[in-house]
Design a binder for this molecule. Structure first.
Ligand SMILES: [Fe+2]
Length: 249
């Protein structure tokens, strides 16, 4: 596939390592009280450390043993069909470049810190992996229908990227978009500005996402099986939308 490349581990510079190290240390100082425990456990399982840029080959070995997943390096944002095909095949697409050291909080497109630090730890959780896989199977069924793919992207956005979870220690983060952002990690849990609502598939399908600033609404699950369990409902809703008996814009 044209967008698949390789990590070229030997080409990382001292600046790349500094970006990884700075962002990793910054997030790991803050996240022990903000991130959901399985994410933190995943960070230990995949042996992330501040002083080493993760090597995709090593991640593949660890994830392979844990859940059968792996990482496929890609050139950047990829088409929906290829994106969902990779997920269905248990391959998480990741960029392999880093943002500039001088622009640590500015990102036009997801870089490797977001893709790897934000997403990979939860790929050690079997329920979460099942969710990605089953969602992709549904997405591929409707891959020619742009509107439906947009709605599925909203569900991905408000769960995989910006999801919150109610735990015995209180409200925590599991969405990678939040976990890889210093500002949004605190804002999503503590700010009075955004709304926080119980997870609801239909409501999420109706909510366009916000790309260039913090979210105004977060959805809260109780556990990861809520996500997988919601996919039958998603499938039913999409089939109604597809045949015109339900309108969602
Ligand atoms: Fe992401």
């Amino acid at each position: 596939m044209y967008f698949v490349n390789s990590q070229e581990y030997d080409k990382y510079t001292q600046d790349d390592l500094s970006v990884w190290k700075t962002l990793f240390e910054r997030q790991m100082k803050m996240l022990p009280n903000l991130a959901e425990d399985d994410f933190l456990h995943g960070v230990r399982t995949i042996q992330f450390t501040a002083n080493k840029i993760p090597d995709f080959k090593e991640l593949d070995q660890i994830l392979g043993k844990e859940t059968g997943w792996g990482i496929t390096p890609v050139t950047g944002l990829i088409p929906n069909k290829e994106f969902f095909e990779l997920l269905k095949a248990k391959r998480f697409p990741s960029s392999s470049w880093f943002r500039k050291l001088s622009e640590l909080d500015y990102l036009e497109e997801p870089d490797m810190f977001h893709d790897i630090f934000g997403h990979v730890p939860l790929l050690t959780n079997a329920d979460f992996c099942k969710y990605l896989e089953k969602m992709s199977v549904i997405a591929l069924k409707y891959i020619e229908n742009e509107h439906i793919i947009e709605l599925i992207s909203r569900l991905y956005w408000y769960t995989v990227e910006f999801g919150l979870i109610q735990t015995e220690h209180g409200l925590r983060i599991y969405g990678a978009g939040i976990l890889s952002s210093k500002g949004e990690s605190e804002y999503s849990l503590f700010s009075d500005v955004p709304e926080r609502a119980d997870f609801n598939v239909l409501e999420i399908l109706k909510t366009p996402y916000i790309k260039d600033k913090f979210q105004t609404k977060y959805w809260v699950i109780k556990n990861y099986s809520d996500l997988t369990d919601s996919l039958d409902e998603l499938d039913q809703l999409l089939s109604q939308i597809n045949d015109g008996s339900l309108i969602v814009n």
